[in-house]
Design a binder for this molecule. Structure first.
Ligand code: 3PY
Ligand code: MG
Length: 253
């Protein structure tokens, strides 16, 4: 798989549907990679550590699909490690303003434009590139996604979108609903949808990639109609729980 595969997927007219992994199991990663266009490995709320993220990135590259890692808020050190592990993109949650977004985007770009330190220990091998070739290609290929899910980030959206090094925004409907709705969790609510539509439209106009998390396929379809290009859907945990509930309900009639 080429290092630029994620950008290629995002240049298509149809949205890129990503599996979402909370579980630190390589077989679960493999199953999600078999079913979806790409894999998001959640290192924020997910139950995986750096070694699991590393294995997930490797499995994705070896199976020919991009991996994107969500790190914990402010964890730029893990963001740098994730791209060294072979991630094609990184999601930073709880970005609160343009300065946060700029620092993050620069952490994924090499000098002189950025602050990424050189050492693609695993990435260069996984993409079958000489280190110098990886260096030449990485800044353009690797995507930084700043999450828009706080009231300040939404208020500062134009300044965040104006950060040239930033690849895209990733909308978090749950936190966004709480941020805009006085702490009430309402990811599928009308007011949340209006904000998502607005973020997607302004993001597209600014030329950024628009990504979002969807709880289910109905949400994913609605977000795609709003112009979201990359959609992480459900999670391995949610899929297992839904599958169990369905089988038990079918059995019991
Ligand atoms: C949110 O909806 O807040 C998210 O961060 C999605 O995982
Ligand atoms: Mg969130």
């Amino acid at each position: 798989m080429s290092l630029g595969r994620l950008r290629e997927l995002l240049s298509r007219s149809e949205p890129t549907l990503c599996g979402w992994s909370s579980l630190a199991d390589p077989v679960v990663h493999e199953i999600l990679l078999g079913g979806f266009d790409a894999l998001i490995l959640d290192g924020q709320h997910g139950l995986q550590g750096a070694a699991d993220l590393r294995e997930g990135c490797a499995r994705a590259a070896l199976l020919g699909k991009p991996a994107i890692v969500r790190v914990a808020p402010g964890d730029l050190a893990l963001a740098g490690r994730a791209v060294d592990f072979g991630a094609s993109g990184v999601i930073l949650p709880m970005v609160d303003n343009a300065d946060d977004a700029r620092r993050f985007a620069k952490a994924l770009r090499y000098m002189p434009g950025g602050m990424r330190s050189f050492g693609p220990t695993r990435a260069a091998d996984l993409f079958k590139m000489a280190p110098r070739d990886y260096l030449a290609a990485a800044d353009d290929a690797v995507l930084s996604f700043a999450m828009i899910e706080t009231a300040n980030a939404y208020a500062d959206l134009d300044a965040i979108l104006a950060v040239p090094e930033l690849g895209g925004v990733f909308i978090g409907p749950s936190d966004l609903s709480m941020a805009l709705g006085g702490g009430v969790l309402d990811p599928k609510g009308e007011a949340t949808d209006r904000a998502i539509d607005d973020i997607a439209a302004r993001g597209r106009a600014a030329g950024k990639a628009i990504a979002i998390y969807a709880l289910d396929s109905a949400d994913a379809r609605r977000y795609a109609e709003m112009g979201c290009q990359l959609i992480g859907i459900a999670s391995d945990v949610a899929i297992l729980k839904a599958g169990c509930a369905r089988l038990v309900a079918e059995f019991r009639g």
